[in-house]
Design a protein around this ligand. Structure first.
Ligand code: FES
Length: 177
């Protein structure tokens, strides 16, 4: 089924258009907004973005596959990213990832059988002074140990995921400035 942007997000897109030099430059913002709505960059989202911006599907696909923050597969209810870049790596990111994998019973790139968690590896998330760190949905958790990351995961299991809205609010905030 074709992807349809919600009225609220359509209004954000309309407000962004005059701020960018051309439609192609909106590829990343529009992908963020669409992923926020759909949960991932499905083939329908890629078609929609290409049509909306008048660019090729190959261009949009290229952007989606280049940036790790765009999800190429439908994730679980929560997405847990482990930063694997140098500063975090030096602080024990690999061991932390292995501990999370053991705790969740999956490997990076997989989703738990109950559909609750997808575990992914991320490139630097810009919290290099506080490694090792993870991003769970929109929240950062830093200076983690095996014990503290388990506590983060167990707390998350007991709460509902927050409604996604980070990118819409970010772009709306930019509009008001
Ligand atoms: S290296 Fe992990 S946040 Fe930068």
């Amino acid at each position: 089924m074709a992807f349809v942007l919600s009225a609220e997000r359509r209004a954000i897109l309309d407000s962004l258009r005059p701020r960018y030099p051309n439609a192609k430059a909106l590829t990343i913002p529009l992908l963020h907004i669409c992923q926020e709505q759909e949960g991932w960059c499905s083939p329908e989202v890629i078609d929609f973005v290409a049509q909306e911006l008048g660019v090729t599907g190959a261009h949009v696909q290229g952007v989606v596959t280049f940036y790790t923050m765009f999800l190429k597969e439908k994730p679980g209810k929560r997405v847990l990213w482990v930063c694997r870049t140098l500063s975090c790596e030096l602080c024990g990111a690999k061991e932390l990832q292995e501990h999370i994998e053991k705790h969740l019973g999956i490997h990076a790139g997989q989703t738990t059988t109950d559909g609750e968690f997808t575990l992914l590896k991320a490139e630097c998330l810009a919290a290099c002074g506080q490694g090792p760190m993870i991003q769970l949905d929109d929240d950062f958790f830093e200076n983690l140990t095996n014990e503290s990351v388990e506590a983060v995961i167990e707390r998350a299991k007991k709460s509902s995921p927050k409604a996604a809205g980070k990118w819409s609010s970010l772009y709306l905030r930019g509009e008001k400035e």
